[in-house]
Design a protein around this ligand. Structure first.
Ligand SMILES: [Zn+2]
Length: 112
């Protein structure tokens, strides 16, 4: 599965952090490798349980629109938005606590 640069549309490797074509940073940068689901409820930026924020992070959506659609589905969709929210709340894992990386033991080789 390839991802595409939002800036220039060039295909990139799944784990690429920057576009090889234009150098733009890829969407949804995070501590998770591409093989691990990004569909988690983040601890930062959440309003209730972090479901909307998590979906926005995972799919590079605008969290405001995710919330608006959820509310609209709840109000006008017979509670479908609320139902979906609760389901996502149950199935989405909470973001693990990310510890700061330890100081790197790597020392650049000194020239003389
Ligand atoms: Zn690009």
């Amino acid at each position: 599965m390839a991802i595409y640069c939002r800036n220039c549309g060039k295909a990139m490797a799944d784990d690429a952090r920057f576009c090889p074509g234009c150098g733009a940073q890829t969407w949804a940068p995070g501590p998770y490798p591409a093989s691990v689901t990004r569909l988690v409820r983040p601890r930062a930026g959440r309003m209730i349980a972090g479901v909307c924020q998590g979906l926005a992070n995972a799919y590079a959506w605008d969290v405001v629109w995710v919330r608006v659609i959820t509310v609209l589905l709840t109000v006008f969709g017979g509670g479908a938005g609320l139902l979906a929210y609760v389901i996502f709340w149950i199935v989405m894992p909470e973001e693990p606590i990310v510890l700061p990386p330890p100081a790197s033991p790597y020392q650049p080789p000194s020239q003389g």
